[in-house]
Design a protein around this ligand. Structure first.
Ligand code: GDP
Length: 195
């Protein structure tokens, strides 16, 4: 699946712009700077698909990419920016919540979490939105090349403990490094199985 072409099909900055699409969707969420663009680019073998941007608040829209005519990858706008106004946070929440609740073809959300930092409150807020919307989600730890084995072991343990307290069961915590190519092939296989 990932050997096929991946093309941008739509961007949605408002509720009215959310496209009605025929294929299953896998969405990616995460705090700003978590490595979301890098991971999507690594998965799809592209350098320019999701623009790597360190400018907070730049990409406040959902971007839909069609993969091999079989699946959409959806890049959700980042959350947890420090300097964003309350009204922007509310707009973000409304848009993402509406998306999550209205997508019968959304098979899974990959919630990216920096392996050095673990879950933050803004991640927990998304997890609550996902639980309420009854959307299956999986925690993807990013930048694992930056952490030692023992640090990883502890962050996995803490994350799994927290997941276990949630109402639904969740797929295993996944380890990735876009820079070192760790976990990329495995994540591709997992995503392809949901197409
Ligand atoms: P986004 O804001 O979530 O889209 O994050 P980016 O993909 O733009 O990455 C944010 C920063 O983290 C950039 O400086 C990347 O080079 C760095 N980064 C992303 N993935 C990795 C990784 O796997 N390992 C390391 N060491 N750095 C990474």
């Amino acid at each position: 699946l990932f050997a096929k072409e991946c093309v941008f099909v739509a961007g949605a900055a408002t509720l009215e712009m959310l496209p009605d699409l025929p294929l299953n969707e896998i969405a990616f969420a995460g705090r700003s700077n978590v490595g979301k663009s890098s991971l999507i680019n690594a998965l799809t073998n592209r350098n320019t698909l999701a623009r790597t941007s360190n400018t907070p608040g730049r990409t406040q829209q959902l971007n839909f990419f069609e993969l091999g005519g079989r699946l959409y990858l959806v890049d959700l706008p980042g959350h947890g920016y420090a300097k964003v106004s309350k009204s922007k946070v509310e707009a973000w929440t409304r848009l993402v919540n509406t998306y999550l609740r209205g997508r019968p073809k959304l098979r899974r959300v990959c919630l990216l979490v920096d392996s050095r930092h673990g879950l933050k409150d803004s991640d927990r807020e998304i997890m609550s939105m996902l639980d309420t919307a009854a959307v299956s989600y999986q925690i993807i730890l990013t930048k694992v090349d930056k952490s030692s084995k023992s640090e990883l072991k502890s962050v996995i343990e803490i994350t799994e403990k927290e997941l276990a307290k949630r109402p639904a069961a969740h797929p295993n915590v996944f380890l990735t490094s876009s820079h070192k190519g760790i976990g990329i092939e495995e994540l591709r296989a997992e995503i392809a199985s949901l197409a």
